[in-house]
Design a protein around this ligand. Structure first.
Ligand code: E4P
Length: 226
C-alpha cells in the first residue's frame, strides 16, 4: 500500500519525507487555506520535497475552468496530480486532462457508482472519503470494499487506483490495506500513530535497562575486538 500524507504543511511534509516512507501528498482548498500561503508556491514547494504524486485541487466548477486551472497546475511540476470533484463537469474535465497526459485524482467520492464513473473517465486515482461517511453514522469502509471489488472485476480496463481519503485513525489504514486499497492518504498525526504501541515503549525501556546494567557499549566492544 502506498502512503500519501494529507496536509499542505511543508514542514510536516519535509519531516515525513525524510523517513523514506512517503509516496505522495494530497492537499485540498481547506488545507491550502490553513497555510496562509499562495497556492502555487505551496504546491511548488511540496512537489520539490516529494517525488511522488502531489494532488492540487481546482476551484473552478465548470469544465473549461477546471481544465484551464488543471493545465496551469500541471505546469508547476511533473508530479502534480490534478484534483477534480466528482461532478459531471469534474468527470468531463478528468477525461480531457487525462487526454492531455496529466494525472487526475477524482475527489469527494461517497458511492460505488461514482467510483465506477471516475474509472470510466480515466481517473488516475479515486478518492473515497471514509471518515466523513463514518461521521454520518455510515460505515465508510464498506465503500472501500465495494470499490475494490468492482475495480478488481475489470482488471483489463480499470487502472484507477483506490486512494482512501478522510482517514481518522490507524484502524482505517489497516482495514483499507486488508481490502487491498492501493493508497491511503493519512493526516500527519495518524501517520505517526501507526508506529506507536505502548508495549513497544515498555519493551524497549526494559531492554535498555538490562543492557545498562552490563556496563557495555556496542561500539567500544567492537573497537576492542579490532
Ligand atoms: C483527501 O484528499 C482529502 O484532502 C482529505 O482526506 C479529507 O479529509 P477530512 O474529511 O478529514 O477533511
Amino acid at each position: 500500500m502506498k502512503f500519501f500524507v494529507d496536509t499542505a504543511d511543508i514542514d510536516e511534509i519535509r519531516d515525513l519525507a525524510a523517513t523514506g516512507l512517503l509516496d505522495g501528498v494530497t492537499t485540498n482548498p481547506s488545507l491550502i487555506a490553513k497555510t496562509g500561503r499562495p497556492f502555487l508556491d505551496v504546491i511548488a514547494d511540496v512537489c520539490a520535497a516529494v517525488p511522488g504524486p502531489v494532488s492540487a485541487e481546482v476551484t473552478a466548477t465548470d469544465v473549461d475552468g477546471m481544465v484551464a486551472e488543471g493545465k496551469r497546475l500541471a505546469e508547476i511540476a511533473d508530479n502534480v496530480a490534478i484534483k477534480v470533484p466528482l461532478t459531471w463537469d469534474g468527470l468531463k474535465a478528468c477525461r480531457q486532462l487525462r487526454d492531455l497526459g496529466a494525472m487526475v485524482n477524482v475527489t469527494l467520492c461517497f458511492a460505488p457508482a461514482q467510483a465506477l464513473l471516475a474509472a470510466k473517465a480515466g481517473a488516475t486515482f479515486i478518492s473515497p472519503f471514509i471518515g466523513r461517511l463514518d461521521d454520518l453514522g455510515q460505515n465508510g469502509m464498506n465503500l472501500i470494499a465495494d470499490i475494490c471489488e468492482i475495480y478488481r472485476a475489470y482488471p483489463d480496463t480499470i487502472q484507477t487506483e483506490v486512494l482512501v481519503a478522510s482517514i481518522r485513525s490507524p484502524l482505517h489504514v489497516t482495514e483499507a490495506a486488508k481490502l487491498g486499497a492501493h493508497v491511503a492518504t493519512i493526516p500527519p498525526k495518524v501517520l505517526r500513530q501507526l508506529a506507536q504501541h505502548p508495549l513497544t515503549d515498555k519493551g524497549l525501556a526494559a531492554f535498555l535497562e538490562d543492557w545498562r546494567k552490563t556496563g557495555q557499549t556496542i561500539l567500544q566492544e567492537a573497537q576492542a575486538a579490532e
